[in-house]
Design a protein. Structure first.
Length: 143
């Protein structure tokens, strides 16, 4: 046969190249979207809308300039350009951009704050150890 027929599926672009690996998917809550309730994400998540509830992300969380969260945040890494009111726990890094506003307590491995960012609350840093890792007690000498 001189000409080979191509399958239609072979020529179609894939809508989500991460479909085979759900841990690498990116979830987006776009501007104008308002969610009331808790959100759990296995992959990365970006919020440009509004969330009234708690969020838990196993990977990276990005809060865009128009993003707003009122609730508890638990994630590995977070980049904030918007507004958060509530407790934030990040195992690795919290990166506050110049437009960010955080009202609440922070627990983080590392904290980066750009000039112009607003933070009102307390901060506990654990030097890069996972935030959920318990403190190791030093052995006490018995006399």
């Amino acid at each position: 046969m001189m000409f080979k027929k191509n399958k239609i599926e072979d020529n179609m672009p894939k809508l989500n190249s991460n479909y085979d690996n759900p841990n690498q998917t990116i979830n987006i809550i776009s501007e104008g979207t308002k969610i009331k309730g808790d959100v759990v994400a296995n992959g990365d998540i970006r919020i440009d809308g509004e969330l009234l509830g708690n969020i838990s992300a196993k990977s990276k969380l990005v809060i865009g300039p128009s993003g707003k969260i009122e609730g508890q945040v638990i994630c590995n890494t977070i980049e904030v350009s918007g507004y958060i009111k509530g407790k934030i726990t990040a195992n690795e890094l919290i990166n506050m951009k110049s437009t960010s506003q955080i009202v609440g307590d922070i627990i983080a491995g590392k904290l980066s704050i750009e000039p112009g960012a607003i933070f009102s609350g307390s901060c506990v840093m654990n030097g890069g150890k996972p935030a959920d890792e318990p403190e190791k007690e030093t052995p006490k000498k018995v006399q």
